[in-house]
Design a protein around this ligand. Structure first.
Ligand code: ZN
Length: 250
């Protein structure tokens, strides 16, 4: 695909980058990303990926904007409080990215609809803070070999893992957290969250998505969980091994 003058100017600063260029730009333009949860992680991820050239996407959320979301969910304003998040993001997309091809789903992802929602996508970014949803998304991505970026934030800290879900080697969210019992995750509304922590993890999710989508040949690299410590301002990563007892191993 050749670029028109508008695209050449718009993406000029990344097109001239060593090791980026037209080939990788094309891969980004062709890729489809599904963002589950339009909250503190996926809003910055979405904004950066759009700016960089994402052209096809699905957004999923069932919540309405609350005033307390605004310290980190930077696409919304006070005028949006009480409105459905997907409606606000859809309006933003129509106004600022009229050529972007997007599907907006105002629903909660669950066991019944997950398979259909994640049908056509190159990668899923899970920014939900609900353990049931995270497990459902994980299971579907494993079954369909869809790469899953799983991220969470709380307080000053956050973490991010890309589960590649390729056929060669199984490593998934349940390998790390095999407890099938219902877990009540600590939530931002009770434990608090510094807005910038969401920004860091959301932006890292965008970086990781770009790296994956433009470097498919390297998909056999090891799986690492990245930790951000927002008090020490430190990033660390640890290698994750698969759990041979994981119930999702095919
Ligand atoms: Zn597993």
């Amino acid at each position: 695909m050749s670029f028109n003058n508008h695209q050449i100017k718009k993406f000029s600063r990344q097109l001239i980058l060593k090791d980026f260029g037209e080939e990788k730009q094309n891969l980004i333009l062709k890729s489809h990303i599904t963002f589950v949860g339009m909250g503190g992680i996926n809003i910055p991820a979405l904004l950066y990926l759009l700016a960089i050239g994402l052209n096809k996407l699905t957004i999923v959320d069932y919540d309405k904007v609350q005033l307390s979301n605004l310290n980190r969910q930077i696409i919304y304003s006070v005028k949006d409080v009480g409105k459905y998040k997907v409606r606000c993001v859809s309006n933003y997309l129509k106004k600022n990215y009229p050529d972007v091809n997007f599907l907006s789903l105002n629903k909660e992802i669950n066991k019944n609809n997950c398979s259909k929602i994640l049908k056509k996508t190159d990668i899923v970014i899970d920014g939900t803070d609900n353990w049931d949803s995270m497990l459902t998304i994980n299971e579907n991505c494993v079954k369909k070999n869809i790469p899953l970026l799983s991220a969470s934030v709380l307080g000053y800290d956050g973490n991010l893992t890309l589960f590649k879900n390729n056929k060669k080697k199984h490593i998934c969210l349940e390998c790390i957290f095999p407890n099938p019992k219902k877990i009540e995750l600590p939530r931002c509304e009770t434990a608090g969250i510094l807005g910038t922590t969401s920004g860091i993890i959301g932006t890292l999710a965008a970086v990781k998505a770009i790296e994956y989508l433009t470097n498919n040949k390297n998909s056999s690299k090891s799986t690492k969980m990245i930790f951000f410590n927002g008090k020490k301002i430190e990033l660390k990563s640890i290698k994750i091994n698969n759990n041979p007892k994981c119930r999702l191993i095919k």
